[in-house]
Write a protein that binds this ligand. Structure first.
Ligand SMILES: NC(=O)c1ccc[n+]([C@@H]2O[C@H](COP(=O)([O-])OP(=O)(O)OC[C@H]3O[C@@H](n4cnc5c(N)ncnc54)[C@H](O)[C@@H]3O)[C@@H](O)[C@H]2O)c1
Length: 342
């Protein structure tokens, strides 16, 4: 016969043991989860902090907070500038969480950390997003040789190419060759200010070999208002993003000369055909289907309607060619750069 007090003691020890056991399991699970994720957490750095660079950082930073396989903090390398009030741009970004020069009025996310030191910004990164105007990339790559983590992956958001004596060189190739890393691209109908305001748009990731890497880039950039798909055609995607800027200059001339919508549509149609022909001449592997992704026809349309090349070309035509592109770029783009060969 078990007495009442023995029963109580038995129940008490049993519940105490259960209590200890459940806490042990909780602690173990937490530690296991924390350690595992800390070891595999991917660190991201954005190299560039202009208009698109800042929006890219905002998109990424909203996702790294949600995705357990990414480190929350997103580093953003800033080409340091002194603002008219004498403050450093980097300090203002870190204090206000806003790129007051290139993306005023938009909060980037508290987990975006601006860093003016290029080497420091990239040293721990597993995924590097390159988003500087194309004319600065060769110089940036030279500074980065030997400073990148082994096995890091690159993604170029840069629309443009280097034209060398030996022929044209895609920016992703320049990055790959100089830094010894794999480099995918992300292009699309992506006027940065609209994405900053979370207006819906699409984009295309172009990759050459590793689908799983492309999927990780898609995961890092996709939000409900920014839908990204991947295609196995890195050259095709990058050439779309580059060549549409030339067609946009012609579209700007059409606007400046007030030639009308039919002429502009003709310029866009002919431009698309030439983009396809030229791309295939450079890289026979380029796929027709790529031109019907966001990076192709959609980017061509948006750039010919609202891009910066169109804007400056229109002003050039309205001024009868009497004011130079450089002068108009300075006046109309306020620090942003035209997408033209330099
Ligand atoms: N802005 C867009 O809507 C948009 C959209 C898609 C793709 N892109 C592409 O993104 C790339 C970057 O464009 P953006 O709009 O972010 O830049 P931007 O034109 O807004 O800004 C220029 C940037 O260049 C930096 N800079 C100036 N001098 C420099 C130097 N000597 N060395 C290094 N950096 C210097 C400035 O600090 C600034 O960050 C371009 O290739 C562009 O085609 C832009």
């Amino acid at each position: 016969m078990v007495s009442e007090s023995d029963q109580f003691n038995l129940l008490y020890s049993l519940s105490f043991t259960l209590f200890l056991f459940s806490h042990f399991i909780l602690c173990y699970t937490f530690l296991h989860y924390f350690t595992k994720n800390k070891l595999v957490m991917t660190k991201v750095t954005v190299v560039g902090s202009g208009n698109w660079g800042s929006v890219a950082a905002k998109l990424i930073a909203s996702n790294t907070l949600l995705l357990t396989n990414f480190n929350d903090e997103v580093k953003m390398w800033v080409f340091e500038e002194t603002l008219p009030g004498g403050e450093k741009l980097t300090e203002v970004i870190n204090q206000t969480n806003e790129n007051v020069k290139y993306l005023p009025g938009i909060k980037l996310g508290k987990n975006v950390i601006a860093d003016p030191n290029l080497e420091n910004a990239v040293k721990d990164a597993d995924m590097l997003v390159f988003v500087s105007p194309h004319q600065f990339m060769e110089g940036i790559c030279k500074l980065l040789v030997g400073k990148i983590k082994a096995g890091a992956e690159g993604l170029s958001l840069i629309k443009g190419m280097e034209v060398k004596k030996e022929g044209p060189c895609m920016i992703s190739t320049l990055i790959s060759n100089q830094l010894g890393i794999n480099c995918s691209v992300l292009m699309g109908a992506n006027i940065a200010n609209e994405i900053a305001m979370e207006k819906f748009s699409e984009a295309t990731v172009g990759y050459s070999q590793h689908k799983e890497v492309a999927d990780k880039w898609v995961q890092l950039f996709t939000t409900p208002y920014f839908i990204v798909t991947a295609v196995n055609d890195v050259e095709g995607v990058e050439l779309c993003g580059t060549l549409k800027n030339i067609v946009a200059i012609a579209a700007g001339f059409v606007d400046g000369l007030e030639m009308g919508n039919n002429t502009k549509a003709a310029i866009m149609r002919l431009g698309l055909k030439e983009m396809m022909a030229f791309s295939k001449l450079l890289f026979p592997s380029v796929k027709d289907s790529t031109f019907f992704e966001s990076c192709g026809v959609a980017d061509l349309i948006t750039t010919c309607m609202g891009g910066r090349n169109r804007k400056v070309a229109e002003a050039y035509a309205r001024n009868g060619g009497k004011r130079s592109f450089e002068e108009l770029e300075e006046e109309l783009l306020k620090g942003q750069k035209l997408q033209v060969p330099k």
